[in-house]
Design a protein around this ligand. Structure first.
Ligand code: G3P
Ligand code: MG
Length: 258
């Protein structure tokens, strides 16, 4: 498969990105959600969220704590990977998914390899001293899985994005906009400061001025989370580069054909 390029080629429809897998139809960030995504034609990329276990293993889960999406309690980082693996990460969504557990990043990358690209979103933990070890662990998993040319790294924590670039200068990276922190700063300033080539923002945050700014600076623009076909079609008109959706399987046929 082609190496990942941040900018969607001119004249082509936007990339379709499965947010936490097909998270509208299977529990988010589980192998079930990732299997659905890789089984659907025309999904270009899977987005997933990564945190660190107590013993330093990158694991795939969105929240800082376990209780919303698993049978566990408390902070992800206070459990070893073996302990995390024992929690059920599917029943909260539907009893038929009770066999799902928290996947490691390496397991997901090894499964997705050759099927589509992956957007690894690194979740910050306000533990600046451990940032570098976390980033090193993630980069090591990507190298080990042979997915180096198929990965976009992104984060709300722009220091993590800068660390990725420092440790892996050819890595493709994106900064995610935080309205409360970044309001008034242009996408290009935020991206340049972290060495990123992709700017990611929420649908409600998107402004025409942002679109102009990313175009002027040849940055790619990805928008989340677009779950209706109408919203996705609007993004096609605006020539956005990436559409991040919980139901990418419904969006892909409309945006990119079946
Ligand atoms: O990368 C887009 C999106 O995933 C960021 O927000 O909270 O869904 O990880 P969140
Ligand atoms: Mg995310």
């Amino acid at each position: 498969m082609k190496p990942y390029q941040p900018l969607c080629p001119a004249g082509e429809p936007p990339y379709v990105i499965a947010h936490r897998g097909i998270s509208a139809k299977a529990p988010e960030n589980t192998m079930a959600a990732f299997r659905l995504a890789t089984g659907t034609p025309n999904i270009n990329m899977i987005e997933l969220d990564v945190r660190c276990s107590h013993d330093g293993t990158p694991v795939v889960i969105h929240d800082r704590t376990l209780q919303r999406t698993t049978t566990g309690n408390g902070a992800v980082r206070s459990y070893t990977v073996d302990e995390l693996k024992k929690f059920d990460a599917g029943s909260w969504f539907h009893p038929t998914f009770s066999q799902e557990c928290i996947p490691t990043l390496l397991e997901v990358l090894s499964f997705v390899r050759g099927k589509c690209w992956v957007n690894v979103e690194l979740k910050g933990e306000f533990l600046v001293r451990s940032h570098e070890a976390f980033v090193r662990g993630v980069l090591e998993n990507v190298r080990e899985s042979g997915m180096k040319d198929q990965v976009l790294y992104s984060s709300f924590t722009h220091e993590l994005v800068a660390s990725v670039r420092r440790l892996e200068p050819t890595a493709k990276t994106g900064v995610i906009y935080n309205f409360y922190r970044d309001f008034g700063r242009s996408p290009s300033k935020l991206a340049q400061r972290a060495g990123a080539s992709v700017f990611v923002c929420a649908r409600r945050e998107l402004r025409r001025s942002m679109i102009r700014d990313v175009r002027q600076h040849s940055l790619a623009l990805y928008v989340y989370t677009l779950n209706s076909v109408q919203d996705a079609s609007k993004m096609v008109e605006l020539e956005i580069d990436g559409i991040i959706s919980d139901n990418a399987d419904d969006i892909a046929p409309v945006v990119r054909g079946s």
